[in-house]
Design a protein around this ligand. Structure first.
Ligand code: MIG
Length: 830
């Protein structure tokens, strides 16, 4: 961690609070020459030079990263405003600075700036900061979401730096580096032998410039210096600039991609473990009109035999966009409606935005007003902007007291008509302010502690989601896991729930870009992410809708959503054939839930992203570094969604020269690595299982996740070239914190080794009783037909197993096993 601040600024400068999960000790060092620091546990050294200021990070004799190599460190010291500025002459006379310099500063916009018709008064004057970093040997850099851009970060030119500034951009453009809803100032750099990371902890507007180039490097040699060799190596220079705050930056050393994820999680926390229902399918639209509409849609799923877990209500469900209320005509009996859903073992999510209608009769408003809980304008009055309800004030979530009060609003007795199946969606929290500059709050608005909005801008949504999640936990007496979806986010938002990519468009190009967008968000620590299935704006043609469902079924957060102007889009409105294919995709999702939930457990405990770019799993395979049309779900499944219109084939890269791959649904072994042309129909979802893995599935589906608790498991075992495979299953009650407080969970490990397939405990601390059984085991890649298969249980008894062998696919199927999923057992194949 490198922190640079003024020694005695005129006024203290903003330091981002509440994002780091623990404080790293810092020491100030007074040094004028060169200082060398050595890390205790790794072979890693820091060379710090005072003048010119530079830092080199070296590992095993190799320079990995250097700081200020291009001398772009700058730090605008706070100054008194020009009109009050005097210079003190040696004779003690104070003189006002000459008028010319004063005006010049104003011209530059340093003390006030116009943007269209908006005026930003900068009470503290210019206060920007910046620093450059060089990543040696790297030409592949990733991260810094959120942009609708490629996975690999591009070189920037003068006017198109990557911008991190949370904005509400309806129907945002694609291939654009302007900021959209969320920001995570975390960048990853990768080369075959090392991944490193830069985390720039600053919540004001930030821009990042990237420049990859080739540099000459001296190759150390033992020959006389006259013939030192040189070679050309890539280098990426990254320059960060922020409007305000201090320089507070973390250099992450890896060396593996998974080390980077862990190191970043040690700073900002891991993904909250979602309640199981939230991994099911979500049905949303702006808007489901009334209680009858909700009922009809809910029944529609049963009539069409499509599983789903959650129905969503958008802003129209409220009384005039007053959040925490219900439209009295359309939602007369919200509790009864929820009771009906609850009986179906389903949930409700409602939208709660951060803007509060200016209306003295609205209790939430009048209370917040009285308590002084709104963001202020620079004159000290409550800030008022226009949003959905008309004139609105904005809760100041940066204030811990406001967050606590807000969290209390979710108590069942405060939030009339809410029940324990109601969960929350936070939208418009960039924050979105209609008629504001760039549709957001003016930067000179004032928050708790007298901080200007410009300092905290990118944190606003982070704090709202934090308060909402705390509210849901509180209302359950600390028992139940919350579910909160947010549009705006920052580093660390993973601790509070899920994010989605906002207002995309129902076009093929948006389906396509959703993959690199989600991969980028995932590698920046936020595993629980998704894009609106179908595309929010417009009307997808049926083929696009089908393809989007198929893609979404294999992505972490899976929600169909549509704009108020879009036609109705429930999965059964596009003819029998399309309904059938969408049903199949959603059912595949539900059979996959044991695997997905186990991946979320890993994201929660060890910070492994659920959805991962190929390079993360194949860090030495250069051809994977730029791949963004396919990805890994965990370490076992490679997914290549069909994202082209009328596709009849897809080109799938199956990476790794000694890997074995299997078609996940047809079991066929694909005997070569490299790029394969795979024929597809409208029904195909190209998914491949990696040899060496075991994927736990459910044998069938139910009407929602809660109906599936007792459904038996199937284990899909895919052997590698050494006839080995390993995998795991995580299991708990799916909704409470008992897994944490009482260690009520099962963590199982499945191993195939030397013709024995065994189930063992992966974590002795966890205890959870279940009657659920493993019913079926499919083993892919078994070379010859076995003569006998027996299972031995804990009690020492052996039992014959019914098996079938398919020579064509080399698949061995073991059926009617009925082995308790929590028990130890071994299956011997002879
Ligand atoms: O600008 O609440 O991204 O999902 O349906 C529209 C209405 C405001 C934007 C969200 C979208 C939501 C919509 N909201």
């Amino acid at each position: 961690r490198l922190k640079i601040n003024e020694i005695s600024p005129l006024k203290s400068r903003y330091e981002v609070p509440d994002v780091l999960i623990k404080n790293l000790p810092l020491r100030a060092q007074k040094e004028t020459g060169i200082l060398v620091l050595t890390c205790a546990n790794e072979d890693c050294k820091l060379h710090i030079t005072a003048n010119p200021f530079q830092i080199e990070l070296e590992s095993k004799g190799e320079t990995v990263l250097s700081v200020n190599t291009n001398g772009l460190l700058y730090f605008e010291h706070l100054q008194p405003p020009p009109q009050n500025r005097y210079i003190t002459r040696s004779n003690g006379l104070k003189l006002k600075l000459d008028k010319f310099r004063q005006e010049n500063q104003e011209d530059l916009g340093l003390w006030q700036e116009e943007f269209g018709s908006f005026l930003d008064i900068k009470a503290n004057g210019p206060s920007s900061i910046g620093l450059d970093f060089s990543l040696h040997g790297c030409e592949h850099v990733y991260g810094i979401p959120e942009h609708a851009e490629t996975l690999l970060l591009k070189n920037t030119s003068d006017d198109d730096a990557y911008r991190l500034f949370n904005l509400d951009v309806y129907g945002h453009k694609i291939h654009d580096k302007m900021g959209i809803y969320g920001s995570v100032p975390f960048l990853l750099a990768h080369k075959p032998n090392r991944t490193s990371g830069i985390f720039w902890l600053n919540s004001s507007e930030t821009v990042v410039e990237i420049n990859t180039k080739a540099v000459m490097e001296h190759v150390p040699s033992r020959s006389p210096p006259a013939i030192t060799k040189q070679r050309v190596v890539p280098q990426t220079d990254v320059r960060w600039m922020s409007e305000s705050g201090i320089i507070d930056v973390f250099l992450l050393m890896g060396p593996t991609p998974f080390d980077i994820f862990k190191q970043y999680a040690q700073l900002t926390g891991t993904q909250a473990l979602p309640p199981l229902f939230s991994l099911g399918y979500h049905q949303c639209r702006w808007n489901y009109e009334d209680e009858q509409d909700v009922k009809t849609v809910d029944t529609g799923f049963d009539e069409h035999d499509i599983p789903y877990d959650v129905i969503w209500l958008d802003i129209e469900h409220t009384e005039g966009k007053r959040y925490f209320t219900w439209d009295k005509k359309k939602f007369q009996h919200p509790e009864r409606m929820q009771e009906l859903l609850k009986r179906k073992k389903r949930k409700l999510v409602v939208i709660i935005d951060p803007h509060i209608k200016v209306d003295p009769m609205y209790a939430l408003y009048s209370q917040a007003k009285k308590k002084g809980y709104f963001v202020k304008n620079r004159k000290g009055q409550d800030f008022e902007g226009i949003c959905w309800p008309g004139s609105s004030s904005y809760l100041d979530f940066t204030n811990p007291e406001v967050r606590e009060w807000y969290a209390d609003q979710f108590a069942f007795k405060s939030y009339k008509g809410s029940t324990d199946i109601l969960f929350v969606w936070n939208d418009m929290n960039e924050p979105s302010v209609f008629k504001g500059a760039e549709l957001t709050m003016q930067r000179d608005a004032v928050h708790h502690g007298n901080w200007e909005h410009r300092e905290v801008h990118n944190l606003y949504g982070f704090y709202q989601q934090m308060a909402t999640a705390e509210g849901l936990i509180k209302r359950s007496g600390g028992q139940k896991r919350p579910f909160v979806l947010t549009r705006s986010f920052f580093a660390g938002s993973q601790k509070y729930g899920a994010v989605w990519t906002g207002d995309n468009i129902a076009e093929w190009s948006y389906l396509k870009i959703s993959i690199p967008m989600l991969l980028t968000i995932s590698t920046a620590g936020i595993s629980f992410c998704g894009a609106d299935v179908g595309g929010f704006i417009g009307d997808p043609e049926p083929e696009l809708l089908v393809r989007w469902y198929q893609a979404g079924a294999y992505q972490p957060f899976f929600r169909g959503h549509a704009n108020i102007e879009s036609k109705r889009r429930e999965p059964w409105l596009f003819g029998d054939e399309n309904t059938r294919i969408i049903r199949e995709a959603i059912r595949e999702r539900y059979t996959l839930l044991p695997y997905l939930y186990s991946l979320f457990y890993r994201a929660h405990t060890t910070a492994e992203p659920v959805m991962r770019p190929l390079w993360v799993e194949f860090p030495k395979e250069q051809e994977t570094f730029g791949v963004e049309d396919e990805y890994m779900l965990g370490n076992a499944l490679l997914v290549h969604p069909v994202i082209e219109q009328k596709a009849t084939t897809v080109n799938v890269l199956l990476p790794g020269s000694d890997e074995v791959w299997y078609d996940f649904r047809r079991f066929r072994r694909l005997d070569y690595s490299g790029t394969l042309k795979i024929p597809v129909t409208l029904e195909s979802i190209p998914v491949f299982q990696r040899g060496g893995s075991v994927v736990p599935l459910k044998t069938t589906v139910g009407r929602s996740t809660e109906w599936m608790t007792d459904i038996s498991y199937e284990l899909r075992v895919a052997l590698d070239s050494k006839d080995f495979a390993v995998g795991e299953l995580y299991l708990d009650d799916g909704h409470s914190f008992q897994y944490l407080h009482k260690k009520q969970f099962l963590h199982r490990k499945f191993t195939f080794h030397k013709n024995i397939f065994s189930s063992s405990c992966a974590d002795e601390i966890g205890q959870y009783h279940t009657k659920c059984v493993v019913e079926r085991v499919l083993i892919l890649g078994v070379q010859k037909q076995p003569t006998s298969v027996t299972v031995s249980l804990q009690d020492g008894k052996d039992k014959e197993v019914v098996f079938t062998y398919d020579a064509k696919t080399s698949m061995l199927t073991l059926e009617k096993l009925l082995l308790n999923v929590g028990a130890d057992w071994e299956i011997h194949i002879k």
